[in-house]
Design a protein around this ligand. Sequence first.
Ligand SMILES: [Mn+2]
Length: 330
Amino acid sequence: MTPPQLAPLKDIADALRAAQKIAIAAHVRPDGDAVGSVMGLALSLRAMGKTVYALLEDGVPANLAFLPEAITILTPPYADFDLDVAVALDTASHERLGANTVAVFARAPLLIDVDHHPTNPGYGQLNHIDGAQPAVGQIVYELLCAGDFPITDAVMQHLFTAISTDTGSFQYSSTTARTHEIAAEMMRAGLDTSRLAQLLYQTYPTRRLILMRAMLNEMTYRADGKIVSWNLTQALMSEAHTEPGDTEGLIDTLRMIDTVISAVIFEELPDGKIRVSSRSKDSRLDVSAVCAQFGGGGHRLAAGARMKGPIVQAADTYLKALEHEVRRLA
Ligand SMILES: [Mn+2]
């Protein structure tokens, strides 16, 4: 029997085919997988003649604005529209869609939840939660194949972006042989992957380099260099005129350091809360469990949480818990 959290993609494709008005959304502070999955599915369904509302509570980050039809993504306040189906992608909990998006989704008689965060409880009526998939973009690609839905060049640009960014350019251990096969299928279908790689990884605004310079100057080590962390303050972000997306992937630079098995960035949010992003390079170290101590979650090797400020105190509390886990490995 299929577990309730893993509805066959064929069933999800059937539900989408039967619908005419569809809303698709992903988590707040969207990353490449969120934007790419939402728009990859949205553009395929639009090519089938359906009315599709792509919703992102926080809009499209500046670094992804080049993607096709990104301008059609709606942000709050949302208009009143009827829905047959709502689809949540890459969103580990219902609330992470954002309050306005949750309110719109409540109007749909059917909610579909497609995700790869193992902590996702399956908050839809149709759930497909597959923690073995490196990106929701990969699940969406399989969904389009299962339904024989259109896969246009624009759809591929979005799904390639989703897959490439969530696998660290096909480098993370979550990357599967199928991930590479999908990239190959897209290349055979004519997708210009080197252009996308250049736009995604080799085109940064000076603002981002200012943040990176500060990070390299200010990062601190703990646990004999096994942990590295950095506090990203509102003061620095306003000084550098930071825009959403500028901080995406900065943590990967910290993660590269040879002695490090865990990298953490603490980011001060406008509301005073502290956003924790945590990475592990050692499969024995489960940072999602550390984040869960503070109400967060995610993946074993990449997780996050929100903590109460001030930033120095939140960092100290989190790092103590992390160091406790790191020391247990030695
Ligand atoms: Mn993802």
